[in-house]
Every structure is written in structure tokens, then in C-alpha cells.
Ligand binder design. Sequence first.
Ligand SMILES: C[S@@+](CC[C@H](N)C(=O)[O-])C[C@H]1O[C@@H](n2cnc3c(N)ncnc32)[C@H](O)[C@@H]1O
Length: 277
Amino acid sequence: MTGHQDAGATGARVRHYYDANTWKFLVSGNQRAIHRELWGPGVTSADEAVHHAHTLVLDELGPADSRVLDLGCGVGTTALHLAQRRPVEVVGVSISPAQVRLAQRFAARNERLQGSVRFRTADFTDLPHELTGFDLAVAIESFVHADPAAAFFREAARALRPGGALVVIDDFRLCAPSDPRLSDVRDGWHMATLLSEPEAARLAAAAGLDLQVSRDLSSLQRLGRPRDRLVRAAQPVLRRLRSRSVWAQSMVGGDALQRCHRQGLLAYRLLRFVRGS
Ligand SMILES: C[S@@+](CC[C@H](N)C(=O)[O-])C[C@H]1O[C@@H](n2cnc3c(N)ncnc32)[C@H](O)[C@@H]1O
């Protein structure tokens, strides 16, 4: 860890989860992204659907923006995608050293990007002090791990220049926090934070970040793909295995996530916050 203290208990659990499982996400996923497909307008293939979140982020990048911070960068797919398309420098941070090693390896294969993408192990609730002055910070499916969410917003605000933007793409709660139907998804996906949008907006505002854009992306998800139906069918076995296997727990979480979306308990949103001057 490179911030002022070691990750807390949640951070340690999340780090272990991604250190142990990232290779499985890469084998079972697509395009080395650890986020869901979005079937937006004009998207015709699963590859494009995986990159649709990146297209949305590119849309948020101002013409003069040159420094991007990826909070919870996985294996660097977002950073590489952005730097290949715009003249930007991207710094990615992940709590998982295994992911950072992979991100560095993937980046090294692309000579043209040498110097424009960098990755480091860090906790986004306690960022290294030298990470400042960014034009855009982005968090794709990582905000739900933030513990506490207030610290995530505080650190993002500190890392941004005045007027810089934070784009969060993630699940937000539409039901009561105590709704028991959320517990499998919280446990399986190690979600520390499953806030409603107004709760997130309040915490962000306390950190000096104003919510300016909210887009509901829920209808762009494709729930119940053949792979999801397989995972569904395997639930009895996966549920028995989950106390011994974080992978099985994650498969139970993924199935529960789909159920929560179908039942209207969660919304998948893009929120854009801007740091005041
Ligand atoms: C679902 S993955 C998404 C990865 C990447 N954004 C993508 O879309 O491919 C969640 C990411 O958040 C990171 N993460 C979770 N908690 C974190 C923390 N406290 N500090 C930094 N990264 C964290 C994980 O290590 C992982 O890279």
C-alpha cells in the first residue's frame, strides 16, 4: 500500500478476492475487462458491449483534458483503451498487486503507450499524496467496494484539479439498505457500499463534488445470457461450495445481482460529479 496506512479489513478482503480470482475473471470474461457488457446504441457484438462503458467515459473527457486517474483499474483495460484513443496520460490504481502486475505486463506489450499509462497498487480510500491535478477520475464497478464511501469521495476530490470530474459507473440501490434480497450480492461481490444515488450525492457533496449528470444504464444490460443461465442452473452446487470458495461465492453474487436488477432493487448508473473551485 502506498497511502498513509494499510488497507482496512474490507480492503484486505477485496485485495485477496481479486488477487485470487482475477485470472478466472479474465478466462471467463471478455476483452480483459472486469465489468459488464452494455448493449448501447450501435453496439453489435459482445466485444463492443464490453467497451461501451469506455465509450461513455471517452464522452466525458473534455478536449483539453490530459490526465486521467482510474480508481480500481483492474488489469488496466480502461487505461489502455483511453490512451489508445486520446492523447492522455492515465494512472491506474488497484488494491490488488496481482492486477497491477498484469496491467503493467499488458501495457508493456504496447510500445506506443510507454510513458502514457502507469499502474500502482494503492487504496483509493487512502491515495498516495502525489496523485493530484487530474482532469478526470473514473471508477468502473469499483465504487461499490469503497469502505467507507466518504473516504473514496474525499480522495477523488483531492486528486482532481478544481473543475475536474469524477465519473462513477456502478450499481446503486433503489430499495431499503436492510432488504435481505441484497445480501447474496453484497457478500458474493464484496460490496462494502451499496448506496442509493441520493446517499452517494450527499457524501460526494460533503467532499466538494457536485452531482451534475445521472444516466440510467440499467436497460443496456443483457440479463439472462446463455452463460448466466448456466450459472443459474448451477446455483444449488455453487451455494453449497461458497463457504469454501470465493469463486463460487462470486458466482452466487453474480446470479443475485441479475435477480436484483430484474426485481428493480438496483439500478446501474453513470454518475458524473464535478469538483468545485
Ligand atoms: C469489478 S473490478 C473493476 C475493474 C476495472 N474498473 C474494470 O472495469 O475492468 C473492481 C476493481 O476495484 C478495485 N478496488 C476495490 N477496492 C479498492 C480499493 N479500496 N482501492 C483501490 N482499488 C480497489 C479492485 O482491485 C478491482 O480492480
